[in-house]
Every structure is written in C-alpha cells, then in structure tokens.
Design a protein around this ligand. Structure first.
Ligand SMILES: [Zn+2]
Length: 409
C-alpha cells in the first residue's frame, strides 16, 4: 500500500521551488528541502526542484526505501545478477562491462566484485575530479593497481574552469560540470567501445529520489541521453549554443558535457545498471570492503563540514559543493552523512542530531582559496553570490550573522 503524500509537499513553495513549511524526517534527520537528482543539462536559473517526499507519518521516502530494502531476498537478487551477467560475459576475455568511477569506495567495490567475484572483464572509466585531493589521486592509483585497465577522459581545463565558474555564478552549483561527465561519459564509452553493459555501484536514488527509480536495476536514460539540440542543452545555466557564440567555446570543448546520443545508445543496446540493486550496498560497508581488498585510504582527519572520513573526498570542489548545498537547502555535509547512517542503522537519531548541530555548515576553509582561484572568482564575489542564494524561508540575518530559522531536533 502506498502512503499518501504529505500535504506539505504541495503547499506554497519558496526559492528553488522548495516547500516553505520546513520539516525534518521523524526517522532519519533529512529535511523536506532535499532536492532529488535532476537532469543537469536542463538546469537553468530559477528552475524548480523536485524535493524528497514525506508521508503522512512524517517519514521520508528514503527511509521508506531503507525499510523496504530489509525485505529484499538478496540471494535471489544475486541469482538474477549472475543470470544477467552470463549473457554479457565475453568468452575471449575482452572488455564486457564499463565501470565508471574515480576510485572512491563505491566504484572500487563495484569493479572488484565484477571482476574477482563474478568473472567479468571491466574497463574502468574515469571523469576526473576538478581538482584532485592527495587522497583522491592516491585512491585512484590504488584502484587501478588492483588489476584494471582505465580510460580517463580529461576535459579541456580552460573550458572546465569556465563552466565551473558559470555553474557557480548562475546556479550556485560549482559541482555541476563533474556531475555532467559522471552521468554522460560511461554511456558514451559504451558506444565507442561497443560494450553494452555499464555498471555503477550505488544508486544515488537511495537518498531520496522517486522510489520507483529505486525499484529497478536500470538507470532511466533521461539522466544521460537526449537529442543534442544545442539551444536546448544548458551547461552552467547557459545554452550550449550561447557558449559557442558568446563564450568562444567550440563544439569539441562542449562534447564531454553533452548527453549521449539516444540513437547510438540504441544501436549498442547500452544498459546502465546499479550493483546496489543486486547486492546489499551501503557506504560504510563499501568503505570497509575497499580498505580490506584494496589499498584505499580514508581522509587523514575529519572532513570539514562533517564528522566522517571517507565520503566524497577526492575532489577539492566537493567541499564547496556541500557548502553551497547547505546555503541553498539548509542541509550540509553532516546531515547528508548522518541521514544515511541512521537509515543504515549505524547511528542513532539522537547522536545524528548532535553531530549535525556541531558540524553542519562548517565553512570550507581548507580549499577555499584554491577553489576561488580555480574558478577565477574573488572572495567578495563569492560572498555576494552565497548571500543571494539563501532562501528567505530558511535564513535570517541578525546583527550581521546569518542563522538557519529551522534546525533538526
Ligand atoms: Zn528519513
């Protein structure tokens, strides 16, 4: 039986289309401001977000999904996986599956299982971070060292910096160029190398996308494929056409950010799967798995903005990403980490609340200067954009100090 959607989801909306009536999930700690994944190449200034649904009991859909996960027969799912892989496995040892990633714990576990447990022949595909952290570079190397071929597509860095700057200026979303490549590149490599099967590790839908996205093994291709009409594709909030006429970029500069061609995907019969559908998956166990089976290392210290050490640590822009997320939606890195750990029963809700109160929204000082330099933005401009991005239903200013109006308790 599906629970009725909470009325608050449909009531008045504020900036970014967020519900103005702020609520926190009674079971985990996420708020109803959390946006679902969106189709990035359609994202423009003023776009409304779909946000996570809360049911009439005040429980979020990610928690309901976690509940549902407990009833899954994982033995049977593994059988499904084995059966499916048997149709794709190459007999001559040539590549038979594309595994995207940059050497974080999820891609490490996915590649390792596919090769060493299920006998596949993966080709790793990497869309590299904007600016590698030392840990990120090291973990990437450790990943390849466990016995894989890797294709890295390094984009034109001049174009990449410009798009990062535009994404920050227009959308306060500096991580967007990374997300675009992360979703688009692997299906395109599938076409180029004629390897129809693509496997991601975790389904990001676990964190509060529509539950129906989560109940299938295959990723909806609207996230990575579209007719490539340049006036209808937006990067950093600017149409691809305008990037060519007004910003001096060429078609080849833009190529890595464009969605895959659906007709070519059809020809290759590309299918994008999640290993998390077939194998029980959570960030903490992916971390332990990576440490046990490869030379993966966590952050040497607590990650700024959270209490954790191993989530999203390979790109210095990640620190900005979580901070801008906190400004726009009132949800920081600690909330994201804690909500997921409560759902996976690694943390109690009361502990999560304390950790969030302590660390959420901590200023990303460590890579601050480097990130500004990367984007070519002054400190003053940074604060101007940040303060304009604060929705009035979430933030108030008292004596020059910005405070969240609603906090988890
Ligand atoms: Zn929840």
């Amino acid at each position: 039986m599906t629970k009725k959607r909470s009325e608050s989801n449909h009531n008045q909306t504020g900036m970014y289309g967020l519900p103005v009536d702020v609520k926190f999930c009674k079971r985990c700690v996420i708020s109803n401001q959390r946006p679902s994944s969106s189709i990035e190449f359609k994202n423009i200034k003023g776009s409304s977000k779909r946000t996570i649904f809360f049911d009439e009991d005040g429980v979020c859909e990610a928690c309901r999904f976690a509940e549902k996960k407990k009833t899954i027969d994982w033995k049977q799912r593994e059988e499904e996986l084995k059966e499916m892989l048997s149709h794709y496995r190459s007999k001559d040892g040539s590549y038979d599956v594309v595994v995207p990633g940059s050497g974080g714990k999820d891609s490490v576990q996915a590649a390792y299982l596919l090769k060493y447990k299920y006998g596949m022949h993966p080709l790793l595909v990497t869309w590299p971070p904007h600016i590698y952290t030392d840990m990120g570079r090291r973990n990437f190397q450790a990943w390849v060292n466990t016995g894989f071929d890797n294709v890295t597509h390094m984009p034109n860095q001049k174009a990449h910096r410009l798009l990062t700057k535009l994404a920050f200026e227009n959308l306060v979303h500096p991580f967007q160029p990374f997300i675009l490549g992360q979703k688009n590149l692997a299906p395109k490599i599938s076409i180029t190398y004629n390897i129809p099967l693509v496997f991601y590790g975790e389904n990001e839908a676990e964190y509060g996308n529509p539950i129906q996205d989560n109940t299938k093994a295959i990723r909806d291709n609207s996230y990575y494929a579209a007719d490539r009409r340049l006036e209808e594709i937006f990067l950093g909030g600017v149409s691809a056409k305008q990037l060519m006429t007004d910003y001096g970029l060429t078609r080849s500069d833009l190529e890595p950010y464009l969605p895959a061609n659906p007709h070519l995907l059809e020809q290759t019969k590309t299918r994008v799967h999640y290993l998390g559908y077939y194998v029980k998956w959570d960030p903490q166990s992916a971390y332990y798995f990576s440490v046990e089976n490869t030379d993966f290392y966590p952050n040497v210290e607590r990650t700024e903005g959270s209490y954790s050490k191993y989530n999203s640590i390979d790109d210095k822009i990640d620190w900005f990403h979580y901070y801008t997320y906190y400004i726009k939606f009132g949800i920081g890195r600690a909330t994201n980490d804690a909500a997921q750990e409560v759902r996976n029963e690694h943390l109690r809700r009361e502990e999560a609340v304390l950790l969030i109160r302590r660390f959420d929204g901590e200023f990303p000082q460590i890579y601050f200067k480097e990130n500004l330099e990367y984007m070519g933005i002054t400190e003053q401009r940074f604060y101007e954009l940040i303060d304009k991005a604060r929705p009035p239903h979430l933030w108030e200013q008292k004596q020059g100090q910005w405070n969240l109006k609603h906090q988890v308790s």
